[in-house]
Structures are given as C-alpha cells and as structure tokens.
Ligand binder design. Structure first.
Ligand SMILES: *Cc1c(COP(=O)(O)O)cnc(C)c1O
Length: 386
C-alpha cells in the first residue's frame, strides 16, 4: 500500500489498496478481466494462478475497504448475501447465534430457511436493549450478529457495549452488517466488533450499477478460513464489480457527507409535516437513541422512514412521487422510495413485521444526493394527496 495507513478517511478512500499499475503506470487499478495467469515455469508465477483464487482488481478493493473499516483483511463476494453466508461458515453445527430482530429480510430468510438446515440455531432479540441481548446468550452462543441502524425503522445497537459484553462471555464473535451506515459514518471494528460486512451494492458502490459483498476481519484465524472458503466455495466478487466498487469508494467520503446532509433535511421536513404520524431517523432529537447515534455515528445517512397512517395513503404517496423512484435497494446517488411491507420485507411473516414496527403504512426513502430543494418539492407535491 503506497498510502500511510494512518492517513485520514477521505485519503484512504482514494488511495488505500491502490498503487499505479506496475506494467503501465496506470493510476487507476486496471480491470484484470482474465481467468488465468501464464506461469514462467513450474511453480514460478507472479502471485496469481487462477482468478477464482485471486485477482488483482479484487485484491485492490479488498485492501481498500479493509483499510476504510480499520480491519486487517477484506474478502469480496458476489453479493451481500454471499458475504453473510460466508461469515456464518465460521460456525459449526449446533452453534447458536444471537441476531438483531429486525435484521434485513434476506438475512432472516438465509438464517431460517437455509442455515438452520445445517444445524445452526438463531435467536432474534431487540439488540437496542443490551440487557435483553446478553440474556439471550447461551452456552452454545458463538456469534452476535448485529445490524445497526436497522432496516427500515432505523433502530440502533450499541456496538461498543455489546462487543464488550459478548467478549466478556468468552468465545462470541461480534459481527456487524454495516451496510446501512458505511465506514464513513460508523466503523464497528474501532468500537470493538470482530467482523464487519457489507452489501457493497448499497453505499460503498453507490451508483446502483453493481451487486456485491465484502467481509472485513481482524483476526488471523477468521482471515485464514475465509481465504480458504472463498476459493473453495467460489462465490467471488467479479473483477468488473471490484473495479466499479473501487470507483465508488473513491468518492465515499463526499457522497456520504451529501447523503447525511440531505437525509437530515428530509427527515426534518417530514417531522414537521402535519399529516405524518412518525418519522424514523437517528439524526432527529426525537429518535429514542439520538444520544447513542451521536456517540457511534458521524452523520446519520440518507435512510429515512415515515408512517402515513394507512396503506391507501402510502400507496397514494408512492405512486405520486416523480423524482423519487419506486424501487428496492438503497445507497445510490439517486433517491429511491419503497414500501417495506410489500417489497424488502415481503418474506418476513406479517406478525413479525407488526412486532418490528414495519406497518403497512410505512414508507422508506433512500435520500440521494440531488439538490435537496427538488427532493423536498417532490415529497411536498406527493404528500398533498394526504
Ligand atoms: C441489501 C442488503 C443485504 C443483502 O445484500 P445483496 O447485495 O442484495 O445480496 C444485506 N444486508 C443489508 C443491511 C442490506 O441492505
């Protein structure tokens, strides 16, 4: 790495893991779109043998995001779900995992429908409650899987307190899905977590043109297993996606500043709107964990959700917006709007949705980096139907 690892965040975004190309001097890490590498002789090669095992473009984005998260090693995967699945292979049949109760719907589906078949056991708790989380630990608990802020009601988990509590119990690995925050906003490893993972599809790539995942670890044993598993199971991040994500992380610091600014402005606008029942946003003083947000986050992202009272009213707003695009996903430069109950959380049973506050009248927005006056005006005209 040609950049001092103690460099500040925006410098790391642009330089970590990247050096001018040895062959040509190209300043941008080339897209090594190759499946294999010519060897000079038996057992003599330049460090790469086959592209499932290693690829220089993937190595660059892995080193880049590992530096942004303050970890030692990164591993790139074909999607966020493949990243989560990979982390869970650190466990053995019979092991127990304590999970944030309103975790991403796809995570819940993977754990309940796929990984339970392999003998893993999961307990879902409100990880905004440290005591309730610790009370869920059993003798078989080997992992605490946190998501903070959660999707879509933006509840927080105290990463430092929960990491300390888990480590006090001995052999519990703390994993944080940091997709919703990005390392520009929150760095779980620096707060005590062992592993951070991402759907790079969201803020890290940031341009809605790639699907990918990343795991960043801090322990040699975790790195050793994931390196083996990445090659053995093969759900690797492609060279092209690696290249796109590298382009994305170069502007992560400035993009997140803009998302944070616009997210805060839209949350404040919605909070004062007379027709809106509830706004969920950690940057609002009314958020029940605003103090924790100020402690462990730097800015509060572009994710905002709000309740308009009834499904009919939600439908009216969702169908009337023009600039906000009705679509799943989040974290891109363009603003999106979605209906969690029927879109991202459709695979979560209705009674669980209700318990998590994912009402049929809840709307989620991923505030992009357009001019905030245009975004506000679009919401204003859409909300006029209420
Ligand atoms: C999108 C998302 C995932 C899944 O990532 P994919 O890239 O879609 O596979 C996991 N966790 C969170 C919080 C997400 O938002």
């Amino acid at each position: 790495m040609n950049v001092d690892p103690t460099a500040r965040f925006s410098t790391l975004c642009i330089h970590a893991g990247q050096e001018p190309d040895e062959a040509t001097g190209a300043i941008i890490t080339p897209l090594y779109q190759t499946s294999t590498y010519v060897q000079e002789g038996l057992g003599r090669h330049k460090g790469h043998e086959y592209a499932r095992t290693s690829n220089p473009t993937r190595s660059a984005v892995e080193a880049n995001i590992a530096a942004l998260e303050g970890g030692t090693t990164g591993f790139g995967w074909a999607s966020g779900m493949a990243a989560i699945n990979a982390v869970l292979t650190l466990l053995e049949p019979g092991d127990h995992v304590v999970v944030t109760d309103n975790t991403y719907g796809g995570t819940y589906r993977l754990f309940e429908r796929v990984l339970r078949k392999g003998g893993l056991d999961f307990t879902y708790v409100d990880t905004s409650d440290v005591e309730a989380t610790v009370a869920a630990f059993t003798d078989r608990t080997r992992m605490l899987f946190l998501e903070t802020p959660t999707n879509p009601v933006l509840r927080l988990a105290d990463i430092a307190a929960l990491s300390a509590a888990a480590h006090a119990r001995g052999d519990i690995t703390v994993v944080v899905d940091n997709t919703f925050a990005s390392p520009a906003v929150q760095q779980p490893i620096l707060l005590g977590a062992d592993i951070v993972l991402h759907s790079t599809t969201k803020y890290l790539n940031g341009h809605s043109d790639s699907v990918g995942g990343m795991v960043v670890v801090t322990h040699a044993a975790h790195a050793e297993w994931l390196k083996f598993y990445q090659n053995a199971a093969g759900a690797i991040l492609s060279a092209f996606d690696s290249w796109l994500i590298l382009r994305g992380t170069k502007t992560l610091a400035v993009r997140m500043e803009a998302h944070n600014r616009n997210g805060q402005a839209i949350a404040e606008y919605l909070a004062q709107h007379p027709k809106i029942d509830r706004v969920h946003y950690p940057g609002l003083p009314a958020h029940p964990q605003h103090a924790l947000a100020q402690q462990q986050m730097r800015g509060y992202t572009g994710m905002v959700s709000f309740d308009v009272g009834t499904l009919e009213r939600a439908r009216g707003v969702l169908e009337r917006v023009r600039l906000f695009a009705l679509a799943e996903s989040l974290g891109g430069v363009e603003s999106l709007i979605s209906h969690p109950a029927s879109m991202t959380h459709a695979s979560v049973p209705a009674e669980r949705r209700a318990a998590l506050g994912v009402t049929d009248s809840l709307i989620r927005v991923s505030v992009g980096i357009e001019d905030v006056d245009d975004l506000r005006a679009d919401l204003e005209q859409a909300l006029s139907v209420l």
